[in-house]
Design a protein around this ligand. Structure first.
Ligand code: ADP
Length: 192
C-alpha cells in the first residue's frame, strides 16, 4: 500500500492538492474536515457535537476523529492506499493512526508537509470564505486561533514522523500545478 499524509497549516492548500494526488495515484481520501462537515450537514449527533469546536477554531476531541478514521479504514479493504488530509492533528492522533494501520500490517510511508508563510495563510482563508460558506474561515479571531492550535498542537505531528525519517517539506507558494508537480516528484522519488 501507499499511505500518505498531506500535512500543513489551515489554508495551506491541502484540499486542492489532495484532489490532484488522489486522481494521479488512485488513493482513498480520508479528510477529517470533510468527514466532520458531512456529519454536520446530515445533522448527526457526532456532527452536532463537533460543530461547536469547529466554529470556534478548536480541535474536535481526539477520540471522535480517531473513531471516524477507523471506520473509513475498516470499510475500505483492498484499496491501493490512503491519503490522510487534515489528520493526524495531534501527537495522540498520530500514535492512534499508527496503531490502526499496524492492525492491518500497514504503516505511513511518507508525510508531505506544505510550507506556507502565515500572512499568506490568512489571505487564503479570507479569500476561501467568500465561496466556501465555511463559518470558520470568515472570522479573523477564529483564523488566528486555528493557526495558534496548529503551532501548539499540530506541529508536534511533524516532529513525530520526522523521528522515523518520514517527512519531506514542499514549498506551498506558487501555482497549483507547480506545487502539485513538486509533490509528485517527492512521492515518485520515494515510491517509484
Ligand atoms: P483546514 O484545511 O482549513 O485546516 P479542515 O477542513 O481540515 O480545515 O478542518 C476544519 C476544522 O475541523 C478544524 O479547525 C477542526 O475544528 C476540525 N478538525 C478537522 N480535522 C480534525 C482533526 N484531525 N482533529 C481535530 N479536529 C479536526
Amino acid at each position: 500500500m501507499l499511505n500518505l499524509i498531506l500535512f500543513g497549516p489551515p489554508g495551506a492548500g491541502k484540499g486542492t492538492q489532495s484532489e490532484k494526488i488522489l486522481a494521479k495515484y488512485g488513493l482513498k481520501h480520508i479528510s477529517t474536515g470533510d468527514l466532520l462537515r458531512s456529519e454536520i450537514a446530515n445533522k448527526t449527533e457526532l456532527g452536532l457535537k463537533a460543530k461547536g469546536f469547529m466554529d470556534e477554531g478548536k480541535l474536535v476531541p481526539d477520540e471522535v476523529v480517531i473513531g471516524m478514521v477507523d471506520n473509513v479504514i475498516m470499510n475500505n479493504p483492498g484499496v491501493y492506499g490512503f491519503l490522510f488530509d487534515g489528520f493526524p492533528r495531534t501527537k495522540a492522533q498520530a500514535e492512534a493512526l499508527d496503531a490502526l494501520l499496524r492492525q492491518h500490517e500497514e504503516n505511513i510511508n511518507l508525510m508531505l508537509a506544505l510550507d506556507v508563510p502565515e500572512e499568506e495563510l490568512i489571505a487564503r482563508m479570507i479569500n476561501r470564505a467568500k465561496t466556501s460558506g465555511r463559518t470558520d474561515d470568515a472570522d479573523s479571531e477564529v483564523q488566528k486561533r486555528r493557526i495558534g492550535v496548529y503551532k501548539n498542537e499540530t506541529l508536534a505531528v511533524a516532529s513525530y514522523y520526522d523521528q522515523f525519517g518520514k517527512v519531506t517539506t514542499v514549498n506551498g507558494l506558487g501555482s497549483v500545478d507547480d506545487i502539485f508537480s513538486a509533490l509528485s516528484t517527492e512521492i515518485d522519488n520515494h515510491y517509484a
